[in-house]
Design a protein around this ligand. Sequence first.
Ligand code: GAP
Length: 477
Amino acid sequence: MANDNKLQNLIGHSKEYGFVFPSSEIYEGLSAVYDYGQYGAELKKNIRDYWWRSMTQMYDNIVGIDASIFMHPTVWKASGHIDNFSDPMIDNKDSHKRYRVDHLIEGFAETLTKENAEIVLATMDKLLAANDFTGLKQLIEEKNITCSVSSTCNWTDVRQFNLMFATEIGSIADEANVIYLRPETAQGIFVNFLNVQKSGRMKIPFGIAQTGKAFRNEIVARGFIFRMREFEQMEMQFFVRPGTQKEWYEFWKEARMKWHLSLGIAASKYRFHDHVKLAHYADAACDIEYDFPMGFKEVEGVHSRTDFDLKSHQEYSGKKLTYFDTDINQHYIPYVIETSIGLDRTVMMVLSEAYEEEDLSTDDKQDSRVVLRFPPMLAPIKLAILPLTKKDGLPEIARFLINQCKPHFKCFYEEKDSIGKRYRRQDALGTPFCITIDHQTKDDQTVTIRYRDSMVQERIALNDVKNLIMNKIQMFP
Ligand code: GAP
């Protein structure tokens, strides 16, 4: 069920507390482009690290690389992106506003009953799968789907629109110098397949992972950091023996769902969505969808990409990209299972999941707080260290503790405002633990630890703080 209020509150909170800002805001922003603030950048980095370590550290047959954004232009011919990476679009003749056809119809379906929405979406899926553009236009007209700006149903024909950004390399602007900003990170892995396999003496099955920026000229950009023009992907290509792709596809579907559940998110907030219209490279594909404030939407894709990419690169480059399988004494082009998750979408998922407006009112007093219940391993700040007062030697003890902890995890120091206000501010940033240094600390070397989620406070030894927090923030306990 969509929850517009929650989305708006989340966007407001993200800006107010330094998580996400509209890009170039002083110039009125740039549509579908966002910047991460001081806490958003930490959160994003922690998610990226968790994914990276889950792939490259927890599997001994997966390694990570970092390929460049610019690639030889023929890569995109071979990958099919020049010819196929386009979405059916339609323009409203009165407002001149352009829509992705599937988004326009999906938006309309959201206004219908569940049963009618399912009928419309099933019809749309069929037409998309058949590339039936006339049928799609007819559906839009039959249902009298109107433009949100002009409110008219005066539409152009449906056309394909390529989503890649092109630029030029070098100083002479002729066609030979056209280069694209990569629309997916995966191709950097494919073109390095043999480099990694040979230099790492990798044996099939094995995987290559990478994280990095991707760029798409999205026409309908909406939903905060859900759909951006510049975003980051975390992708892994798993190379397998031909004929085994079905079992590895199932393996990775399950493994990736387990990863999502390891974020502490309930299984009921996820679902699989099998693709009806397969991408040009796939023989099976599904999305892992999360229940965002706007409803269930894709956060990750698991794709069985066949041998399409390697075969095509072999053809276009003229370089052999086969692997010699010593177990069966055969040369072949491996098949590939891909897991592809958007980092920004994962940030949005983690933020949506963590955000809570909690009513703390009692019979005597109205009270509430906004709290971000991040899993401790992902929280931007792990520990806030708060001396009760600015004097009496308490800041010195706090500084001693920070110096002990900061080589191991991110700490935050604050001595201004009442302790209650400081706790609430840390709740709003999602800091799981606060330590208060008070006068008793000077007598018995104990401090108060306050837990974000339960708000329970207890006294522990100053010397135990570092190890206690380190235990609680482990990624792989
Ligand atoms: N290599 C396969 C691939 O790129 P995709 O389904 O187009 O597949 C994978 O993208 C993931 O990248 C998506 O599940 C989503 O999380 C993220 N993603 C795609 N387009 C995005 C956009 N415009 N903004 C933010 N994230 C996006």
